[in-house]
Structure formats: structure tokens, C-alpha cells
Design a protein around this ligand. Structure first.
Ligand code: F6P
Length: 536
């Protein structure tokens, strides 16, 4: 492995000032050769500095890291989450016909049972067979955070054209503003509250859940009857008072950020109905099948991962931007931030040794075209290249507004073209000369209008954003993160890095209330003191 890493780094060094456009000049077939199609999606990675030599070395990296063996171990239910002693089987939630064994037990009958219970409950809510005290449920509030919020929230927004159920709302932040703003205007007698928490101990979620219960108790005689729970800690849901008929459990082998496929996806199922939800699962399952069977060189998750490794670990670009040209994928960047940064933001390898390569990159983004009017300036002319990952659907959902969609797509393609092409000083000078500038002022103004270009990007092109293609996209990114983690030797399925802050928050709380709380640093003590003064 060290040898392959070194060869990749020297290859990158040897590219010197070479430009991506030069790769196209050298290979007229590059656009096709560095585009990969699978199950109706196209991933174009030609606008990068990955040439045939780099591609082969990157593939060697994947082979050397035993990606295929680790992948098979994951699907087989082996305990690849070694620091928590758990299997990693979110894939079982979307492969309902599969047979998967954990600790010698077939887990699928229970997965199917819970799936069917969820579907029956969703149908009852949607039809009105399940009622609130004031009648048919009009609104659903999902209370959760992290993986118990980001996945269902992202997917529910993305699936707006398919909504035919109750309105859905999401509360995550412990900031009372979140729940106050959400509940304002809702009718407690026709609202269903879903408490989504794998552990059922997360302080933000439990605080919000109690606030929602108090809110409902003011208008409803039995608020718990309008609560459902999604959790792997079924005993704790009973203690909260939620009847077991509305508790949908899942096992510890479903990681929080991978959990939208099962009970945590209930809000999505309520919004679009169980049949559409199953299409979402089918899209995920199709990506699983592709990931398990396609050769590495044609395997979409593997290729996305290799492009990621090239840009971050080899080229040294610290961040990557996810830029969906689809307004309904508004929360995709936030969702991917958790998926990628909580999974691969680690400093030690599975065996506890220090990582020999940088861990995962900072992931960020915003839908186009909005981002163009905000941060693309830096992407085009800043000093640090930001690899961009564009996502685009060929068709929108508004046939009457097809001209909007063409404009949207034109912007997406134009951005990746502009990033690669840039604008030279000569071109900028010509522009300024055409405006009548001359001499030193022409030079000065021209320099501001130079675009260095040669900025890498990839484009994921799908036909339309449907439940099926959304399932494909989410599973694609999940497996990409997995492959990157395997190549880096990381355990992508634990998240110890979130623990310390949680522990200290419990100790800082008394400090803010003026109660004794030892062992804080002087800055924290001072901030707490001023905070107390300002509160009055
Ligand atoms: O932030 C840490 C984390 O454990 C995430 O991994 C998880 O998605 C989130 O908190 C919520 O956890 P829970 O579903 O147990 O409330």
C-alpha cells in the first residue's frame, strides 16, 4: 500500500502544471472513457486530472485495501464495526428478500415484520383509520437529531412531488426556537409526534420530546396516544409512555447516519406512502447489487471514492463541495456532512495506529444555482481549488416550467466547463481592450478577470429525482464513504469524536446556572460568568 500511495503522489507531482483540458486534447475519447454508467445514472469524472495511469494506481489502492473482501464481509453480517463490536447491516433494511445472519440468527424475519408494521401504521395514519383526538392526522412532527433527522428530513424534502400524506415537520435543535417555531400554528389534536432516537437518550431529542408532550397535554387528554417512537432501545420508549403498538424498533447493526431505510424513515413513509417508500428501498437495493457485482473499474461507489481519495489525499485539497442542481436536494449537503465527516473524520486506523494519510475531507455545499451567487466566487478565483461534485436530473417535475429546468441544467454544465476552462490573461486583456481600456489600467483590470481554470469537478447525471433514484443516490454515497474508509483503514461506523462534547455539556450546564462545577478552564469559567451577568 505504501508503495502505491507513493507512486500516486509522485505521479501527481509529475503532472506539474498540466491541465485537465490537455487530457481531453490527448484523448478524444476521454469524456466517454472517464464516464461510467450504471442502472440509468451517469457519473462523469473526466474533468479531473486523473489520467489512465492514475486511474490504474487508484484501482490498485482499492484492491490492495481489500475493498471487495471488506464489502462482502459487510453484506454477510460480519462485525466489521470492530470498536463497537457490531455488524453493519443497513443494507438489510432495503433488501427485504435477502437472508442475512448475525450471530447465527437470520435477522430478516424481524426486519420484514417491522417494515410491515410501519407500512400498516402509515396506511392507517394516511387513511384516517388512526386518528388524533381531533380527527384525522394533518401534521407529523419528527423529533430527532443527527442520523435520526438528517436522512428523513433530506429525503422528505427531496420527495415533495410525491407527498400525498400529512404535512411533515422536523425538529432537531435543542434551541427552543426550533420546536417553538415548528409547533406554532399546528393543531395538537391532529398532530402525530414521532420521537426518533436510536438510543432514546440523546439529550436534544428527549428535551424536545418532553416539550412536545407538554404542548400536546394542554389540549389532548392522552398525549402519549399521539406519539410514536423509532428506536433500538424499546425499553426506554415504554418508560416515556409510548404504547408498544406505535414503537418501531431496529437493531444496533443499523448506524444512526445509515438509518433512513428502516423505522427512522417513518416520516418519509407517512409523506409519500409505503409503496413509494418501497421504491426508495428498491433504488438502494439496486445500488447494493451494483456495488456487490460490478468490477471495481466500473463500480460507481468505488469510482466516487477513488476520485475523492485523489482530490483529498493525493492532491491535498482540503474540502469538497456537493452541488446539487435540484432545489429539493437542499439538505443533501447537510446529510452528506454527517455521513462523510462522522464516518471518516477519524485520526486512527482500525488497529488504533495513527493514520498514515489524512482522514476524510470537509464536505459542504448548497444547491445550484443559489450557490453561484454566494460562494462560487471563491471556487473560481480563490487560491485553494475546491473539487466540485455536481448532481443533476435530466427532467424536473414541473412540465409547465420546462424552460426553468433547461436554464438550471445549462448553469450546471456551464459551471463545470468554466471551472475547467478558466479565462486566460490574454482573453481578459482582450475583453478590457474591447471596453476601451489601455495601458496600466487595462492590465490591472484584466488581472481581476482572470480565471485560473483547471479546477476539477465531477457530474452525477440522473433521469429524474424519484423515490427510486433517490434511493440509488443515498446508497451510492453510503458505499462511497465505506470504500474511502476501507482505503484509509478507518472504522467508518463508530463516532467516538462526538462523546467528549456531550459529556462536558452536562458539566457546563450547572456552571451556567451558577452552581458549583469544578475543573473548567479559565476561558470557559469567564464566558459562563459573563453569560450569567448578561442573562440578568
Ligand atoms: O451525534 C452523534 C449521534 O450519535 C449520531 O451518530 C446519531 O445520528 C445522533 O447522535 C442521534 O442519535 P440517536 O438516534 O441515538 O438519538
Amino acid at each position: 500500500m505504501t508503495d502505491i500511495w507513493n507512486r500516486l503522489k509522485s505521479l501527481r507531482k509529475s503532472q506539474g502544471d498540466a491541465r485537465i483540458s490537455g487530457l481531453f486534447d490527448a484523448d478524444p475519447n476521454r469524456a466517454q472513457a472517464f464516464s461510467t454508467e450504471a442502472d440509468g445514472m451517469l457519473f462523469d469524472w473526466s474533468k479531473t486530472m486523473i489520467d489512465a495511469g492514475a486511474r490504474d494506481l487508484l484501482l490498485d489502492l482499492a484492491k490492495g485495501a481489500n475493498v471487495e473482501a471488506r464489502r462482502d464481509a459487510m453484506f454477510a453480517g460480519e462485525k466489521i464495526n470492530e470498536t463497537e463490536g457490531r455488524a453493519v447491516l443497513h443494507t438489510a433494511l432495503r433488501n427485504l428478500q435477502a437472508s442475512v445472519t448475525v450471530d447465527g440468527q437470520d435477522v430478516m424475519p424481524e426486519v420484514r415484520r417491522i417494515h410491515d408494521l410501519m407500512a400498516a401504521f402509515a396506511n392507517d395514519v394516511r387513511s384516517g383509520a388512526f386518528k388524533g383526538q381531533g380527527g384525522k392526522i394533518t401534521d407529523v412532527v419528527n423529533i430527532g437529531i443527527g442520523g435520526s433527522d438528517l436522512g428523513p428530513y433530506m429525503a422528505t424534502l427531496a420527495m415533495a412531488p410525491y407527498h400525498d400524506g400529512p404535512r411533515t415537520h422536523f425538529v432537531s435543535n435543542v434551541d427552543g426556537a426550533d420546536i417553538a417555531d415548528t409547533l406554532k400554528g399546528l393543531d395538537p389534536t391532529t398532530t402525530l409526534v414521532i420521537v426518533a432516537s436510536k438510543t432514546f437518550t440523546t439529550i436534544e431529542t428527549m428535551t424536545n420530546a418532553k416539550t412536545a408532550r407538554d404542548w400536546m397535554a394542554k389540549s389532548v387528554s392522552n398525549p402519549a396516544a399521539q406519539f410514536a417512537a423509532l428506536s433500538s432501545a424499546v425499553d426506554k420508549t415504554a418508560a416515556f409512555g409510548i404504547d408498544e403498538s406505535r414503537v418501531f424498533g431496529f437493531e444496533d447493526w443499523v448506524g444512526g447516519r445509515y438509518s433512513v431505510w428502516g423505522p427512522i424513515g417513518l416520516s418519509l413513509m407517512l409523506a409519500i406512502g409505503p409503496e413509494r417508500f418501497d421504491e426508495f428501498l428498491a433504488g438502494g437495493a439496486a445500488m447494493d447489487a451494483h456495488f456487490r457485482t460490478a468490477p471495481l473499474a466500473e463500480n460507481l461507489p468505488v469510482l466516487l471514492a477513488l476520485v475523492g481519495v485523489w482530490h483529498h489525499q493525493i492532491c491535498g485539497y482540503p474540502t469538497r463541495a456537493v452541488l446539487p442542481y435540484d432545489n429539493r436536494l437542499l439538505r443533501l449537503p447537510a446529510y452528506l456532512q454527517q455521513l462523510e465527516m462522522e464516518s471518516n473524520g477519524k485520526r486512527v486506523a482500525m488497529d488504533g495506529s495513527d493514520l498514515t494519510q489524512p482522514s476524510g475531507p470537509v464536505v459542504w455545499g448548497e444547491p445550484g444555482t443559489n450557490g453561484q451567487h454566494a460562494f462560487y466566487q471563491l471556487i473560481h478565483q480563490g487560491t485553494m481549488p475546491v473539487p466540485c461534485e455536481f448532481v443533476l436530473a435530466a427532467r424536473g417535475h414541473e412540465p409547465d416550467l420546462a424552460h426553468h429546468h433547461i436554464l438550471l441544467a445549462a448553469n450546471c454544465l456551464a459551471q463545470s466547463e468554466a471551472l475547467m476552462r478558466g479565462r486566460s490573461l490574454d482573453e481578459a486583456r482582450a475583453l478590457m481592450a474591447a471596453k476601451g481600456l489601455t495601458g496600466a489600467e487595462l492590465d490591472r483590470q484584466a488581472r481581476h478577470r482572470v480565471f485560473p481554470g483547471n479546477r476539477p469537478s465531477t457530474t452525477l447525471l440522473i433521469q429524474q429525482l424519484t423515490p427510486y433514484t433517490l434511493g440509488q443516490i443515498v446508497a451510492l454515497y453510503e458505499h462511497r464513504v465505506f470504500v474511502e474508509g476501507v482505503i484509509l483503514g478507518i472504522n467508518s461506523f463508530d463516532q467516538w469524536g462526538v462523546e467528549l462534547g456531550k459529556e462536558l455539556a452536562l458539566k457546563v450546564e450547572p456552571l451556567l446556572e451558577g452552581k458549583p462545577s469544578p475543573d473548567h478552564d479559565p476561558s470557559t469559567e469567564h464566558l459562563a460568568q459573563v453569560f450569567r451577568q448578561m442573562r440578568g
